[in-house]
Design a binder for this molecule. Structure first.
Ligand code: PLP
Length: 435
């Protein structure tokens, strides 16, 4: 399909220049409802009044000059999801692709050899890996800096900065990055610099980077957006029609657009985002308080002890459901992870089930130990990704894991005391591989 045809300049009710969707994603009353309502609203508009958006499981569409001809270029189920995502991400345009990493891959295709990228020193391991590859194979110069300090970022910015890639909260260190300040600094250094934010950790339910000055936001749809770990997806959103077209190009050219069935799964999953996220962060807060109350060093932006608590709440509406804590010993951390029964040992997050992992052994294993040390990533850190289970069951499970691992002791008064095991750094069994 030609670009002209894909963008046939038919503006829909929400102002999107996209092929028509068989169903409207917004109530026709033109009233803007709250996000929880907009998330569930789709009007199937199907010839048989199907309540659920039909899956157009077809690679080709007959005829000439029609809105759709080939699914690599466009598919009605995917378009419908893209309009729905644009609506809930406060964006002019959203594009859905086969994974969160495919989203970053599409975004980095905006770069040319010699371009400079300024980014964080606590990035998701997969993003780090892709940027490293672009550095060695694509002639891109990548500067990893501490993005929590605007002065450090300012020192790395110049007119050669083509892209600034931010993540907040970072994972697993839960560092907060000031999106508004860094967007302004980046655009001041180079008005054409593209500020990109990975919003996977919070989802559009809790944070809208485009409203804070970012040019492009992307998320792994594999996480909160879908919520059930049954689909891989990535979503990219922008308010710039020009960037929207540039981002569509590699998707059409390479065929990484989300398949019709996966588009349908993501559309189904995202409808429950509000209710899942509310419950998940309520559980996360209880668990973070429990761990902090027992003397562990906990990183969670919902806790007042978080050093950037005020900054976080100035740009987000919630703390999310990922937290991390340290035990002072790799071996103790490993025992806790192995002893947990309800918490699945797994990479990833955002699922309705609670998960536990040691990032240095799993999601961040692709970052070499020397770099991890340089970036102050504690080897014993445990990441908890909290689900929607009963909070009593989660706390019981965590408590028994801490006791069995020897991380706490129960005294006669029923009070647990943190075992002093700091300083131990020996590694034992390998848990699982980075995907
Ligand atoms: N961004 C963050 C913060 C992530 O944690 C992940 C995956 O864990 C990704 C991006 C990549 O997403 P995906 O696994 O869907 O490719």
């Amino acid at each position: 399909m030609s670009l002209e045809k894909a963008f046939n300049k038919h503006l829909d009710l929400d102002g999107h220049e996209m092929p028509p969707s068989p169903a409207s994603s917004s109530p026709s009353s033109e009233k803007k409802y709250s996000l929880a309502t907009e998330l569930v609203y789709t009007d199937a508009g199907d010839q048989y009044n199907a309540s659920s958006m039909p899956i157009y499981q077809s690679a080709t569409f007959k005829g000439e000059g029609n809105s759709y001809d080939y699914t690599r270029s466009g598919n009605p189920t995917r378009t419908h999801l893209e309009r729905h995502m644009a609506k809930i991400m406060n964006a002019h345009r959203a594009l859905v692709v086969s994974s969160g990493m495919a989203a970053l891959d599409v975004i980095t295709r905006l770069l040319k050899p010699g371009d400079e990228v300024v980014t964080g020193d606590d990035l998701y391991g997969g993003s780090n890996r892709l940027l490293k590859f672009l550095g060695t194979h694509g002639g891109i110069i990548v500067h990893h800096v501490d993005t929590t300090t605007p002065e450090t970022v300012a020192a790395a910015l110049s007119e050669k900065t083509a892209m600034v890639l931010l993540e907040t909260p970072t994972n697993p260190l839960m560092k907060i990055v000031d999106i508004q300040t860094l967007s302004a600094l980046s655009h001041k250094a180079n008005p054409n610099a593209i500020v990109v934010v990975d919003n996977t950790m919070l989802s559009p339910y809790l944070q809208n980077p485009l409203d804070l000055g970012a040019d492009v936001v992307y998320e792994s749809g594999t996480k909160y957006l879908s919520g059930h770990h049954d689909v891989m997806a990535g979503v990219i959103a922008t308010n710039s029609p020009d960037l929207g077209e540039k981002l569509y190009f590699p998707i059409n050219a390479s065929g990484c657009g989300l398949s019709p069935f996966d588009s349908w799964l993501l559309l189904r999953g995202v409808k429950t985002l509000a209710i899942r996220m509310e419950k998940q962060q309520q559980n996360a807060m209880a668990i973070a308080s429990f761990l902090e109350g027992h003397g562990f060093k906990v990183r969670y932006p919902g806790l007042k002890s978080h050093p950037q608590y005020t900054l976080h709440w100035s740009q987000a509406r919630g703390a999310g459901a990922v937290l991390s804590f340290e035990t002072g010993s790799i071996a103790t951390s490993e025992r806790i992870v192995q002893a947990a029964r309800l918490f699945g040992i797994s990479v990833s997050f955002g699922c309705v089930n609670s998960l536990i992992s040691m990032p240095c052994r799993m999601s961040h294993a692709s970052i070499d130990p020397a770099t991890r040390k340089e970036r102050a990533l504690p080897e014993d850190i445990i990441r908890l990704c909290i689900g929607i289970e009963d909070i009593g069951d989660l706390l019981d499970d965590l408590q028994q894991a801490l006791v069995r691992a020897g991380a706490v002791t129960i005294t006669q008064d029923g009070i647990e005391a943190l075992e002093a095991s700091a300083g131990e750094t020996k590694q034992t069994t390998k848990l699982t591989d980075e995907p």
